[in-house]
Design a protein around this ligand. Sequence first.
Ligand code: ATP
Ligand code: MG
Length: 424
Amino acid sequence: MKLSEAGLGTIRVNKLDDMYPAQDMLLQSGQLVQYGTGIFGYNNVTMLVKRNIERIIEECLNEAGCIEIQLPTLQPDTIWKKSGRWDTYVNDGTMLVVNSDRGDLCLAPTAEEACIEFMAEKLKSYKHMPATVYQIGEKYRNEIRTRGYLLRGRSFLMMDAYSFDTDLKGLEVSYSKVRNAYINIGKRLGIDLLPVIANNGAMGGKKSEEFMLVSAIGEDTILYDESRKIALNTEVLEKEDYEEYLKEEYEIEDISNLKTTKAIEVGHIFQLGTKYSDSMNIGFVDKDNTQKPYYMGCYGIGVSRLVAAIYENSVIRDEKGTAAGISLPEQIAPYIVQIIPKLDNKQKVKDAEKIYNEFEDKAILDDRENVSMGSKIKDCKILGTPYMIILGDKVEDGMAELENTKTGEKEIIKISQIKEKLVK
Ligand code: ATP
Ligand code: MG
């Protein structure tokens, strides 16, 4: 991307939000645009970060044998009335309802109902299972509290997966398959995604775990034993039979050594059992020729919430601890290098073009006229590019200053060696 063509102008960033400095930088620099409470447009860099996260999620789920599909986001009230959740979601204010002269519809807050309808066409016999499908699509919830920008949107991107089995044993296998995929997703994203025991009550199933990122800006409170890697949502302790739940489902008897911490819920996985299959009266024909309900699991990841969490995790701070920029992890950064040549020096401009072409679509060239070198250096850190290449008068021709924006480490390096060094 050439910044002269990116409609950027001069970026001006004023005093930042203490809680969410990264997203405030994105808003002030136009990388995010807010249309209303919880509704955002993405500019090029943030959109590509989101897409890179999607790709990693897709790859990990595909490796685990899950099949990608796409369900409609505009859904008729009929399927929701079948499960009985239309009234629940309308009454608690979550559902965004669309009234039309051809019936009532909603913008999907989640997709269990749509997915069962979809799969019932295919999974008519026990022979057709197990099956796990997923989609990555926009979801809509008329959240009352929208805090933290993308962390809690009214329109947000979610990966939602659904597993179908003939019995509980099968469900347990499918559940652990997706659970492992979640652990891989965390590793591939370069973040510490912690499985946290959750309250299974809400969705009415057996077992449920949330995947969380320990963070001071998290809305959830968890109890965490770092040495034993045991974590549980404090909501679990509100369950009457929590001791039994912990022992039976997770083999945990001793929770004396747990410390309280704040965390962000990134994902949530559930063993639903036959709840939806029963309420919607949909199932399959088993070996003994009788009609049986599906044993379902459902699995979500907040993709746009992950975008926010990773950005907030990637803030660069100056010596005083003030947020001074962003340095995105290389795994998800759409652009690896940002090249800043002194524009009135022909040789430097030529060198910059050469590096730019070498990195193909993974480089940003700051060729904006009438913006100072100092401002361009600041802007590189607002856009979150992991490496900055400065081609100024101070360095000899054929050489460049390469800075790791995360660590601040700088070195003078031969231009011909940059690509090789960064690919490593
Ligand atoms: P929360 O407790 O934060 O409201 P939830 O438990 O209602 O979330 P789920 O229904 O489990 O959310 O949805 C799966 C995932 O979708 C969550 O783990 C979260 O990462 C994400 N998510 C849910 N609501 C939002 C939202 N309003 N904005 C962004 N992401 C969301
Ligand atoms: Mg949840």
